[in-house]
Design a protein around this ligand. Sequence first.
Ligand code: PAF
Length: 279
Amino acid sequence: MRIVRTVAELREVLAPFRGGGVAFVPTMGFLHAGHTSLMREGTRRAGMVVASIFVNPLQFGPKEDLSRYPRDPEGDARKCEEAGVGVLWCPEVEDLYPEGFQTRVVTGELAGPLCGRSRPGHFDGVATVVLKLLLAVAPGVAIFGRKDWQQLRVVERMVEDFALPVQILGMPIVREPDGLAMSSRNAYLGAEDRVRALVLSAALREAEARWRRGERDPESLRSRVEAMIGAEGRADIDYVEARHALTLRVADATVPGPLLLAVAVKFGTTRLIDNVVLG
Ligand code: PAF
């Protein structure tokens, strides 16, 4: 595996793979089995897998955890290599946002609700960096996790809107054996909050079971998830929402289409998200 820093180095090592032979997995590092599952999928889709590790300042709000975002460069490099990554791109902030940088992607309706409401500007920052990364790597396929469902939809929309020549692939959420969705932020959880956080996956599983038994009313599924999470007294709910999974508009039982049940909940200072898509 080659580790590269600058866009020029990246372009040089990828020159022989131009023309769709590259799968790309963008990350912010502190890798877990969710990330490596995306990389392994990349090895099944292309002859060369590129991963990036870049903690993108543009997607963090002023009161968010940019400076304490967990980092483990050596461990990450080892995990990438084991997962079949051929080129690991670790740009510096100045490589992606050099002096004078001022052009940004402005996202639209998909970025408004859910995490967009509590993290203003977040998805503009995500879309801007993803566009820069995609233009530099020029992959045939780019692979994202469905845990960040809204991010996935925003990126899919951007790729369509700008007619970018890349396929976006969303892969299933990878969970710990006890159900907790894998996330770099799980590292912040104390032992007690780690146990409390299991209510998120338990509530979504329960909604999925109700859906399988024929329950179709979005509001009743949503309110059951909210009640279960609310019953865990220390869970500080940001949102529990039922949305159309593609448009992200408030779910309406009369409008056909897959249903997204999405949650964002703080345990102590750690904000976790999770979701399930039904139908
Ligand atoms: O999902 C993430 O890790 C980030 O939002 C991404 C897509 C790498 C952009 O910084």
